[in-house]
Design a protein around this ligand. Sequence first.
Ligand code: ATP
Length: 232
Amino acid sequence: MFRRQRDQERQDRVVVIGLGRFGTSTARTLASLGYEVLGIDIDERPVTEASDFVTLAAQGDGTDEELLRSLHVEESDVGIVAQGENLAASVLATMVLKQIGVPWVISKAANKLHGDVLTRIGADRVIFPEADAGIRLGHSLAVRTINDYITLTPTAGLAKMHAPQHFIGRSLADLYNTPDLALSVLLIRRKDQLITAPSYTEQIEADDEIVVAGTDAAINRFSTIGQHPKGS
Ligand code: ATP
């Protein structure tokens, strides 16, 4: 089922090795986005569960080259090694995917050393989901309206926030009118509409989501512009 002639129309194929919490959620998301997804796990239970939403779910050892070839994994556009606890299995699966010719391999690392090893043996991208989630949460705690955050430097980033109540009806010019505010509003999501590089005259509406780039201190200050002091 996973093997089809390569053609211009076909969706990208992704193999996900290890259907734990991270692998399952990645595979589910990719399938819902229209990718052809092959999920592999050494245990039966996650394979049975994933078979409801992936293109093909197979039980087996993701480090076994013969098994991967029998599933035509070499025809995948992307390989994701989503199990990170067992270092040997993660390294071997990454090596085998590169060896059989998967052009883009993303591997999950449990820590920095593990990540360094994965990079050395050829992983094209190494991810640290647990550490990244902790960093995002840490940065976002100061501003309660932030619901996502990408680190740019240790003290600056991109933040996605729900427009605070006190922003509604105000223009960006009004919000920017704060001395030394090292911050830019990059886009506003208004229901299904994306307003990229919004103009200064754009007024914030209820339920808008705003993406800003700036220092953490500026993001924090920005979120409180126009807020009435407590008790007033
Ligand atoms: P998560 O946090 O996403 O749940 P994890 O990084 O803690 O995962 P594990 O729990 O060790 O990693 O494994 C994730 C999944 O990978 C499990 O379902 C496990 O059965 C599967 N797995 C472990 N080793 C292999 C292997 N060699 N081949 C295929 N699947 C494997």
